[in-house]
Design a protein around this ligand. Structure first.
Ligand code: XMP
Length: 578
């Protein structure tokens, strides 16, 4: 199928999200390398240049074939795409004094086809540092934000348009309108894509990829692997699909029992000790992620060998979905933010040998749920919050060195670092603890944008001591700490389900941080967020009564030293702390 729209991948995490948003409009879109020659794009009705982590002045930064801007095909540049378009056509791009990450107010000053139906101030989502300071000749500036004077530009005669903000993310309220204006009005695309009718073609793809071989599956009990497994069962029949659930010891309370009860055909492999041994002494997030990834491969290998699955009659099935491949640098130029456990060397070998079936690799979470619904899977299972493959290990922070909290502005810089994402690049910085919830989200974003040494802000909801008297001591991942986290997480989860708050959040990580008192070395961070697909996320506030109850139960039934509440959106924080 020839795409009507091609999204050129300039390395942004949002690249595939753009393609998907175009597909949501019923228009088939695909992603291609940013430097695809203009001649190969002939026949497209439009091209979109994605955002990306680079600066146009970096010689190694992704670029496009300049002929594309003269080819007569409408082009929309997004974020880095706007900067690249401006740069190639003689405009000026400069490093901003400070970054702009998160919500901003877009003030349109001109109308026209791109902004049709968009009037008055608009909430948009920004994630950039470089900025266009002068539009190229012949371009009109369509609007600005407080820190970005050139937030949208157009040269309608040439069919060239660009925006600095991200219309593809859910937080940009006028985003769907702008994309629709570009795709339907400016490019004149017609309806040719219906995602609802995918089941048959997915089954065909599975049969094609399996090519007569059987499929061996590792099922985690999460939505992705369950839907992928069920799809394979449907496509190939139960005699050709075998599933194993690995109990890593990194699961939540009651998880293994849930899987045992719901999927009686699964074989349960106890690898708790093996994973704990592999993680011993590790503290850095990427080291932990890699160790877990490698251990998964080892367990897989052991099972494959012991069960004689390694002969050519078997392939490995996985529930990998789109964001997993994007944030691992799966698209050619995306900055590595987190290593996904499905993408370490051992699995890569199977992929290279073509012995892998990943039926959901081009789907987003909500699309996976839609497929699951079509398969008739129970709603209770489909509506479970996503849970990361590395499990509680990446929610149980470790520390190589100890330290104390330092006074910083109106807060405390904690001796605990976590992963974040700013301008499409990975950060690994401290968290700032403050004592009261700020008046608005904007305050949180601007505080983080102002401070280079932090990427996350938490509110101290309860601590056994003053923060200045608390400390972090060298900590690793032990059975005791995992149990402490599992227990706290179990309490929070139960209260969340009972209160119905579970329906208001997309995911609710509970994180254990090595920050406490001599007798109580760890604290807990609550991180309830709302998201559509994990690519961006906004913080959700718990109702006061639930918060009080949660703190009360954590105090009464665990030995933690404090409860913190993460108030950082993604970006600049990631959803998980590691
Ligand atoms: P971050 O922390 O990158 O997470 O904002 C985005 C979403 O991805 C999930 N996540 C993972 N899922 N294996 C998974 O299966 C992983 O290694 C992994 N890391 C993060 C995370 O829970 C969130 O939903």
């Amino acid at each position: 199928m020839i795409p009507q729209i091609t999204v050129l991948d300039a390395g942004g995490q949002y690249c595939h999200l753009i393609a998907r948003k175009v597909r949501d409009l019923g228009v088939y879109a695909e992603v291609a390398a940013s430097d695809t020659p203009a001649s190969q794009l002939a026949g497209r009705r439009g091209v979109i240049i994605s955002g990306g982590p680079s600066s146009v002045y970096d010689p190694a930064s992704p670029t496009i074939d300049p002929a594309l801007l003269r080819a007569g095909i409408p082009v929309l540049g997004i974020c880095y795409g706007q900067q690249l378009m401006a740069h190639l056509l003689g405009g000026r791009v400069e490093k901003g004094e400070r970054g702009e990450y998160g919500f901003a107010q877009f003030d349109p000053v001109a109308s026209g086809s791109l902004l049709r139906g968009v009037s008055g101030k608009q909430q948009v989502w920004m994630s950039h540092r470089d900025t266009v300071v002068a539009a190229p000749e012949g371009f009109e500036v369509l609007g600005s934000t407080a820190t970005c004077t050139v937030a949208a530009i157009a040269s309608p005669e040439r069919g060239l348009y660009a925006v600095q903000f991200h219309p593809e993310v859910v937080h940009t309220e006028c985003g769907p309108q702008i994309l629709s204006n570009f795709v339907r009005e400016i490019c004149g695309c017609t309806q040719d894509w219906d995602p609802a009718g995918q089941l048959q073609s997915l089954e065909d793809q599975i049969r094609h990829a399996a090519a007569g071989r059987n499929v061996f599956f590792f099922v985690s009990g999460g939505v992705d692997s369950t839907v992928a497994y069920t799809l394979c069962l449907k496509a190939l029949g139960k005699d050709r699909v075998h599933g194993t659930y690995v109990d890593t010891g990194l699961m939540r309370e009651g998880e293994t029992e849930f899987v045992r009860a719901n999927f009686p055909s699964l074989i349960i492999e106890d690898a708790r000790e093996q994973f704990l041994n592999a993680l011993e002494g590790l503290a850095a997030p990427e080291a932990k992620r890699n160790a877990i990834g490698e251990e998964f491969v080892r367990v897989q290998q052991r099972i494959l060998e012991s069960e004689h699955y390694l002969n050519g009659d078997w392939v490995l099935g996985q529930g990998t979905i789109y964001p997993d491949t994007i944030e691992s640098g799966g698209t050619a130029k995306a900055d590595l933010i987190k290593t996904h456990h499905n993408r370490v060397a051992g699995i890569q070998k199977l992929i290279d040998e073509g012995r892998i079936v990943e039926p959901l690799a081009s789907f987003y979470k909500d699309e996976v749920r839609a497929v699951g619904r079509q398969l008739g899977l129970p709603e209770a299972l489909l509506e479970r919050h996503p849970f990361p493959g590395p499990g509680l290990a990446i929610r149980c922070l470790c520390a190589e060195e100890g330290g104390v909290a330092e006074r910083l502005g109106d807060g405390w810089k904690l001796p605990v670092r976590s992963v974040g994402v700013q301008g499409d690049s990975r950060t690994y910085r401290s968290a700032l603890a403050i004592t009261e919830f700020p008046a608005s989200d904007d305050d949180t974003a601007s505080l983080i944008n102002r401070m280079d040494s932090i990427n996350r802000i938490v509110v101290a909801v309860w601590t056994a001591e003053e923060i200045g008297k608390m400390q972090s001591v060298p900590s690793t991942l032990t059975a005791e700490r995992l149990e402490r986290l599992r227990h706290a997480d179990g309490i929070v989860r139960r209260l969340t389900l009972e209160s119905g708050f579970d329906n208001d959040v997309w995911q609710f990580p509970v994180v254990l941080i090595p920050f406490g008192t001599p007798g109580r070395p760890d604290s807990v961070v609550l991180r309830p967020i709302y998201s559509v697909d994990g690519m961006t996320a906004s913080v959700v506030r718990m109702p006061a009564e639930l918060m009080a109850k949660t703190v009360h139960e954590l105090r009464a039934h665990t030995d933690i030293a404090g409860v913190f509440y993460d108030i950082t959106n993604k970006p600049p924080g990631t959803i998980e702390w590691e």
